[in-house]
Write a protein that binds this ligand. Structure first.
Ligand SMILES: [Cu+2]
Length: 71
């Protein structure tokens, strides 16, 4: 299991939180997803594989949010 925090600058409100958490939590390999509105971040616990991470980013982008390259 890996823990990672994604920066998603377009997060702004409770709708963003529920749509991102709703899209990411059902994905295979995701144990936990929590959006922090004030920090505009997404905390993740997932299986650590690249394919799961790519699916998470794709799911967030499908909800309309840009996920910039993470440092
Ligand atoms: Cu919002």
């Amino acid at each position: 299991m890996s823990t990672r925090t994604l920066s998603v600058p377009e997060i702004s409100c409770g709708h963003c939180k529920s749509s991102i958490e709703g899209a990411v939590s059902p994905l295979d390999g995701v144990d936990k997803v929590e959006v922090h509105i004030d920090e505009r971040t997404v905390d993740l616990d997932y299986d650590g594989t690249d394919s799961t991470f790519e699916a998470i980013v794709a799911a967030i982008e499908e909800q309309g949010y840009d996920v910039p390259a993470q440092s």
